[in-house]
Write a protein that binds this ligand. Structure first.
Ligand code: ATP
Ligand code: MG
Length: 430
């Protein structure tokens, strides 16, 4: 049996040496390991799997803590009651002492087939995503505010929802506030609401979004793009947990957890003076950075399979089962400036266009065929090559601007009308 990768193993036992000997004899490479009992939980996300000796005192508490971060294999004297108890508490397996080489090997084989640290709704098996999953679990265990950063389309909103759904607040509301969609003039009434009679036309009492979120989570999306007024208004509620309704007699207390997301560099914005430092520190208690898709290409096949399943029912005439190797190869060679959202759009579009039960290269957008393999573009004439390059730039700008033509034109440094002409010329639909 050849192991595809080495493991970071956490062994918590007085008899750790015996396990290390077994790892050695069954050919497992340890990237990181430790046999002490006093590993700090802050370092738990560094490990792939834990082996916990349940003959030691306090193993139950240890197991509950460890399983939040990684799969835990319990081992101990052959006592059925304790073995069952450990599985009930969340161990993925129980091994009897004295430990046997084959039993340990089997654990690693199973573990390699199926990543155990998963988050419902999030696809990806790369090491970098597993670290993200660990951090999501950690964040869900606390009530601290979270700042999620990452390029457009990397899954920031999905991660915010996952944190909420895994937290103790999961039964309560998750309120998304699309910060850029609220003009300053409506800010207070949207966020905090108003009392009846507060101003002309206020003939009823309105609850604001923050009050609706009581006991739940507020997700401030695109926090890096908000006005100074917005920043000032939310700072107080984040700091004090209270706000005043327009026309209200006194402040109202709320119990809300805040998660914010942005694709902007907030540290830079703080230095430039466009983002309040005090607000940044209030939000950035836990920081989660989502990796771009191009840095975790091994996740692409899993995401493709997931999106095919998600969208295939939209075709009533044929049942799309998968993707050809050649088409998958093309996707693996592309840089995805629009990240997971772009991949999802490509698959959804391919499902709409394909004539076969498998997505083929022909069903992928042409700009992708031309740009994914650099050798191919070298064969065309100069005009063709320039056009391909232009197409890729335009597509990337459109992804970043989420289809907003004026914004894309600004990114490209050309006029809106010029971009519209190019879109027509290249037959790019927006
Ligand atoms: N790891 C993932 N697994 C499955 N689907 C994902 C994953 N990451 C992102 N997606 C999907 O990709 C799309 C974009 O994700 P999301 O809206 O969370 O990104 P975002 O980072 O908030 O983007 P933006 O900055 O543009 O708002 C969604 O349809 C989401 O479901
Ligand atoms: Mg988003």
């Amino acid at each position: 049996m050849v192991f595809l990768r080495s493991f970071s193993v956490l062994v918590i036992s007085e008899e750790a040496d015996k396990l290390y000997n077994i790892f050695d004899s069954i050919g497992i490479t340890l990237r990181k390991s430790t046999g002490t009992k006093n590993v700090k939980s802050a370092n738990f996300s560094l490990y792939d799997i834990a082996f916990l000796d349940i003959d030691a005192e306090g193993w139950e508490k240890r197991l509950m803590e460890l399983k939040q971060y990684m799969p835990v294999v319990a081992f101990g004297k052959p006592e059925i009651k304790k073995a069952v108890e450990s599985m009930k508490l969340g161990a993925i397996d129980f091994l009897q002492k004295p430990l046997k080489n084959e039993a340990v090997l089997e654990i690693f084989q199973k573990f390699q087939e199926k990543p155990e640290v998963e988050i419902p709704g999030l696809i990806g098996i790369s090491k970098i995503m597993k670290d993200v999953y660990c951090n999501i679990r950690k964040a869900a265990l606390t009530d601290s505010n979270v700042l999620i950063t990452g390029e457009s389309g990397t899954g920031k909103e999905l991660v915010a929802r996952a944190i909420h759904n895994l937290s103790e607040r999961k039964e309560n509301p998750f309120i998304v506030i699309n910060c850029t969609a609220i003009p300053d003039s409506l800010l207070e009434s949207e966020l905090f609401g108003f009392e009846k009679g507060a101003f002309t036309g206020a003939n009823y009492t309105k609850k604001g979004l923050i009050e609706w979120a009581n006991q739940g989570t507020v997700f401030f999306d695109e926090i890096g793009d908000v006005s100074p007024l917005f920043q000032t208004k939310i700072l107080r509620v984040i700091q004090e947990g209270e706000f005043i309704k327009i026309g209200g007699p006194h402040s109202i207390k709320v119990d809300v957890r805040f998660i914010a997301a942005t694709n902007k560099d907030l540290i830079k914005a703080c230095k430039e003076g466009s983002f309040r430092e005090d607000l940044f520190y209030r939000l950035n208690v836990i920081h989660l950075e989502l990796p771009p898709l191009r840095s975790r290409k091994e996740d692409i096949p899993f995401l493709v399979e997931f999106f095919i399943k998600k969208h295939s029912s939209k075709r009533k005439d044929i049942h799309i089962r998968g993707i050809t190797e050649e088409a998958l190869d093309t996707l693996m060679n592309y840089s995805f400036p629009g990240n997971v959202r772009e991949l999802e759009n490509i698959i959804e579009r391919a499902i709409a266009f394909t004539n076969s039960t498998e997505i083929t290269v022909k069903d992928l957008p042409t700009y992708l065929l031309k740009t994914s393999n650099p050798k191919k573009t070298l064969h065309g004439n100069l005009r063709e090559a320039v056009e391909n390059f232009e197409k890729e730039l335009i597509w990337s700008a459109l992804q970043k601007s989420r289809g907003n033509i004026s914004k894309a034109a600004e990114l490209l440094g050309i006029h809106r009308q010029q971009l519209q002409r190019k879109l027509k010329q290249f037959k790019i639909a927006t």
